[in-house]
Design a protein around this ligand. Structure first.
Ligand code: SAH
Length: 501
């Protein structure tokens, strides 16, 4: 069968017809890698995308799906392994799909990410000179065990045993695994305790199809600088029978600081619900980045790789070029991580964030660090900023001191009585939006506010390039670009850009 397919494909190639079809077997040289880490090779002028193939491999592949001008194929056999291939540490890395690059040497992973950013800047942003603007990517010395957070779905395997692990790529079937090599070893200890407890107590894992069962996910977080550990069980209900027994066992783990339940009774893919029930300890753990302390609750967004986050924030600080006299806006500020990092070196920082609890955390974190020159507003950046600007610019610029009215009230617009020209025309605006990038209304207002510098922190270089193009079309030039590898073994890459007016 296989031989027949190969022959058929060969015949077609000779005939010059590129009509490959499903199940054809081909031999390819993998010459490139796509943005999702898939290998790219050509046969008969047609491009094929091959998951799990590595640049430099010579491989036998099977056609899975044809499109008009390209196809998808499955890796069947590696005929000659690429010199850049390494032995993946994780036995389930192919099924899991979380680590798209684990079979590629770390050096090549960094090269891949640097090139991905550069290509997006050139192709989408039109920055032909991207290469000269880019600093060498900042990688990790030890690109494993870097994640401070893990979320394990809980279910039953075929034999009826309770298992936890990760969802197989693009599915909701659980690959049972105790060890993720990106995470901390405390995860395994927590899983053993929770699963053992469930078995003994006869507590059912949640079942998506029927919506029955109790335990949905196990969330574990660790403050790497403090050693504090948080465990939060996401449950389809409001109480956990025998919870005190679980608490007794979890408390024996080094660093245990916070044990809680999160209520999620909805039939949804969203992991966490809104309500938290504290079982033991504090509602948060504490971690430090640089010399700033942060309190992190189960619901807050916090960067998952603290070692690289420090490099990311230091680059942001450096690009902001602060001397102590500047006014700064930090848009999409989350729990105020970047805002507080900058506040030490600025006169005043204003943070804007859509999630109200995150802003509560941001204010708490400011107090915790004795920082009084950071003020936070709840709302969408693309609404808060334009509304504030329209009101203030309309009211005429007053060189007065900042007003006190907006403090803690949430809306930047509330500051209308006497916000200073510094607030309206800050020295620096930092943005750190989610993957979809900045809304154009936000960018438009940034341009109107005329900061001397814009520092753009991005986790998606495609939307970054789109937004940079807009800023360049409106008076800003791209000065420097620093990629930071926040997610080794995966295709993700974080980028910090400096723009000048
Ligand atoms: N700068 C922070 C958070 C970055 S993640 C840090 O480094 O930790 C992006 C943040 O943007 C998230 O906290 C998310 O809740 C927030 N967000 C998403 N859409 C938003 C919008 N339209 N306006 C303001 N904030 C938004």
């Amino acid at each position: 069968m296989g031989k027949k397919n190969t022959e058929r494909a060969a015949l077609k190639r000779e005939a010059g017809a590129w009509h490959f079809q499903k199940d054809d077997l081909l031999e390819l040289s993998i010459e490139d890698m796509g943005v999702d880490g898939e290998g790219i090779g050509k046969a008969g002028g047609v491009t094929f995308f091959v998951k799990d193939a590595v640049i430099g491999d010579r491989a036998r592949v099977k056609v899975m799906k044809m499109k008009k001008s390209y196809g998808y194929a499955r890796l069947m056999e590696i005929l000659e392994p690429s010199p850049h291939r390494v032995e993946p540490r994780c036995e389930c890395h192919r099924q899991c799909g979380g680590c798209q690059l684990q079979a590629l040497s770390y050096e090549k992973q960094l090269e891949f990410k640097q090139r991905k950013v550069q290509n997006n800047l050139v192709r989408i942003g039109g920055f032909e000179n991207a290469e000269v603007l880019m600093e060498p990517i900042l990688g990790m010395e030890e690109p494993f065990s870097y994640r401070n957070k893990a979320q394990f779905p809980v279910g039953r395997n075929k034999d009826g045993r309770i298992v936890a692990g990760f969802y197989a790529s693009r599915t909701h079937s659980i690959i049972p695994t105790r060890r993720c090599h990106l995470g901390d070893s405390v995860n395994e200890q927590v899983l053993d305790i929770v699963l053992g407890f469930m078995e003994r107590q006869g507590i059912e894992p949640y079942e998506e199809k029927s919506g029955t069962g109790l335990v949905r996910h196990i969330l574990v977080r660790k403050g790497f600088s403090t050693g504090e550990v948080m465990v939060c069980l996401v449950i389809n209900g409001r109480s956990l029978p025998g919870a005190e027994l679980l608490v007794d066992e979890l408390c024996k783990l080094n660093g245990m600081t916070s044990i809680s339940l999160n209520v999620n009774e909805k039939n949804t893919n969203v992991i966490l619900g809104e309500e938290l029930i504290l079982l033991w300890g504090k509602e948060y753990i504490t971690d430090t980045i640089g010399d700033i302390r942060y309190q992190i609750s189960p619901l807050s967004f916090y960067q998952v790789n603290p070692v690289q986050t420090k490099k990311l924030y230091e680059t942001t600080l450096q690009y902001a070029g602060l001397s102590g006299t500047e006014t700064v806006w930090d848009l999409y500020c989350g729990i105020g991580t970047i805002s507080l990092f900058l506040a030490r070196k600025a006169r005043k920082v204003y943070g804007v964030e859509i999630v109200p609890q995150a802003i509560e955390n941001a204010r708490d974190n400011a107090r915790l660090n004795g920082i009084s020159n950071a003020e936070f507003f709840v709302g969408r950046a693309e609404e808060v900023l334009p509304e504030f600007y329209a009101r203030e610019a309309g009211a005429g610029e007053k060189p007065a001191e900042f007003c006190a009215h907006g403090k803690g009230t949430g809306e930047a617009g509330n500051c209308a009585r006497g916000a200073g020209a510094e607030m309206l025309h800050p020295d620096v605006i930092v943005v750190d939006p989610p993957r979809k990038g900045c809304d154009e209304r936000c960018l438009e207002t940034i341009v109107k506010m005329k900061p001397r510098r814009v520092v753009y922190v991005s986790c998606d270089s495609a939307t970054l390039a789109r937004d940079l193009k807009y800023l360049r079309g409106n008076g800003y030039e791209l000065v420097r670009v620093q990629a930071v590898d926040m997610f080794p073994q995966t295709v993700g890459v974080e980028v910090v850009c400096l723009l000048g007016r």
